[in-house]
Design a protein around this ligand. Structure first.
Ligand code: ZN
Length: 208
């Protein structure tokens, strides 16, 4: 939703709701973990009212343990925090788990897959950032494909049901390659909202 028109958030959310997309991805930025500020609880609540889709909340905030419960209460079906943003990933996981929401952990481009080894069995999803978090409209970092394949291999060993989600620079041009490397869920922002026909663009990516 970061690439939606915030003056027409209801209209843009309803477009996603009608589309073949299965999840609505919401990027929360605090201006500290990333050099940008997006939105928080009231906007999440407004989005949740305009869709029946699975609400996927990606927290790019420091000390996520302070807020994960409130995001779950505001409507998140999945709460994803950054492993780099906390000194206590296990506590974040426990707090999210206790709300009944699904648990995700995200890694920035410079964070190796190996950093996830200890907590991989405890989470439902890993979100691989394929751009530096903070802004929409960036280009996919090519090395990400290899990283996704490496994560899939580690997950086969430690958590075979793990969902791999990829976020950043995804379009119909690279969706096939990213799915091929082992991703289950792709996040697309500008590729959808800047398309002439956003709903058709979503179908194109799903069929890539
Ligand atoms: Zn995101």
């Amino acid at each position: 939703m970061l690439s939606a028109d915030f003056g027409h958030l209801d209209r843009d959310t309803r477009m996603i709701d009608r589309s073949a997309a299965e999840w609505v991805h919401i990027d929360v930025m605090d201006g500290v973990f990333v050099p940008n500020i997006s939105f928080g609880f009231p906007v999440l609540k407004a989005i949740s009212k305009a869709t029946t889709k699975f609400l996927d909340v990606h927290l790019m905030i420091v000390e996520p343990e302070k807020y994960v419960v409130r995001f779950a209460e505001a409507g998140a079906a999945l709460v994803t925090f950054h492993i780099e943003a906390t000194t206590d990933s296990k506590r974040c996981i426990e707090l999210i788990r206790a709300t009944g929401a699904q648990v995700g952990v995200s890694i920035k481009p410079a964070t190796p897959v190996e950093a996830l080894r200890e907590i991989l069995p405890l989470v439902d999803l890993v979100l691989v950032m394929s751009v530096e978090p903070g802004f929409g409209g960036q280009s996919y970092i090519e090395g990400s494909t290899e990283k996704i394949a490496e994560l899939r291999k580690l997950a086969n060993e430690l958590n075979p049901k793990l969902i791999i989600e990829v976020d950043g620079g995804i379009s119909a041009a690279n969706a096939g390659e990213v799915f091929g490397a082992g991703a289950d869920v792709l996040v697309a922002g500008s590729a959808v909202f800047r398309a002439e026909d956003p709903e058709a663009e979503i179908v194109k990516m799903l069929n890539a």
